[in-house]
Write a protein of this length. Sequence first.
Length: 148
Amino acid sequence: MLRTLVVVGLCALAACAGEPPKTTGDAESVGAAAPTIFALDALTAVREGRTFLIDVREDHELKSGIPDAPHIKITYFIDGAGDRVFTQQVLRSVDGKRGASITLLCEIGVRSERAREVLRLNGFSDVKSIVNGFQGWLDFDLPYKAGP
């Protein structure tokens, strides 16, 4: 039994290290803990006008490239000191509509999940985080422009 678990675990790790998934779809349906979306699906939704894409990376992270999206950084403050300003900036970006579909992008998916939670706690109802952040964007070879 233990040998089977180890083999299955190693196979799962190998799958994570390989190519991005060939199929797309809401990552939540494959067991993610939070509402997430694959980068390819996010780009499709943006192009179809179904979601607003917001880049929440720190300024220095933009060197790796920038998708066509507004940049509203959220900084980790344990006390939540920057949360109000971030929330107000996002609200302006979506014309004051807390029910607007918003998709967040960070470098690897951690900060965008934190930002998603901040927005959820401030009354936003449809916020997703891109699986693996900008790295997931690059995995799907999606368009971006050179960073500063």
